[in-house]
Write a protein of this length. Structure first.
Length: 240
């Protein structure tokens, strides 16, 4: 017997909610137990129903759907639903499983639900990140969208890592260096030090320094990073 997954739909557009609920009726293992038009009413449903899945619109008047993310039970699967491809997020720090573009396509939704039901599906945290991806991650104390191509460097900072971003932005995240190295696209990112990963697209020059070390200068960063000769050789190979 298939497990029935209880779902709620959160969207400020009534027709969008009805369309998604109608499409979900094609799946016997999913039962829509509630719908909400804003973050306030969604909170009440989340507390009352403890659903297995939340189909969550991102762009809503007042509080956006993102305001709800940290309040959703870690065991609940989040599927973002959006009409704006600027929010086309493929990799998440939160327990979001996927995103769907409006109007929701039946076959696209089927793939999402198959992943939810499959015990063998990879958790989001282990998926490779693409250079075109947008990450939804916690920087400092806020959840933010970060384009992978805007990451200049990832640097170790105690128990955290610090992202240096285009336009002089930066922030701390709890993701370890090991995970960044495993997930970032290797065609663009390279580890140049035990405590630093850089985006090859932002390297402006490499200069020899002293004691068999080098300085790597990055566009958008005032201070260069120092690397050993061993890492410099690897960097030169990667840069062709």
């Amino acid at each position: 017997m298939k497990k029935i997954l209880n779902a709620i739909v959160v969207d400020d557009e009534r027709l969008a909610r009805k369309d998604l609920i109608s499409i979900l009726k094609n799946f016997e293992n999913v039962k829509v137990v509630g719908e909400a038009e804003d973050a306030v009413s969604a909170r009440l449903l989340l507390e009352k129903l403890s659903p297995d899945i939340v189909f969550l619109d991102i762009q809503m008047p007042g509080e956006s759907g993102l305001a709800l993310v940290e309040e959703i039970n870690p065991g609940t699967r989040i599927v973002f639903v959006t009409a704006y491809d600027e929010y086309a997020v493929r990799a998440f720090e939160v327990n979001a499983l996927d995103y769907l573009m409006k109007p929701v396509n039946l076959e696209r939704l089927r793939k999402t639900l198959e992943r939810i039901m499959s015990d063998s599906s990879k958790p989001t945290e282990t998926r490779k990140i693409k250079y075109e991806d947008t990450l939804f991650i916690q920087l400092n104390s806020q959840m933010k969208f970060v384009k992978v191509q805007d990451i200049i460097s990832v640097e170790s900072s105690g128990d955290y890592t610090e992202l240096y971003l285009k336009n002089s932005a930066k922030g701390l995240t709890s993701k370890p260096m090991r995970e960044w190295e495993e997930r970032l696209p290797e065609n663009y990112f390279v580890r140049i030090h035990r405590a630093a990963i850089v985006n090859l697209s932002y390297i402006t020059k490499v200069e020899e320094w002293f004691k068999n070390s080098f300085k790597v200068f990055l566009m958008g960063k005032a201070e260069p990073l120092v690397i050993s000769r061993r890492y410099a050789i690897k960097l030169k190979e990667r840069m062709g």
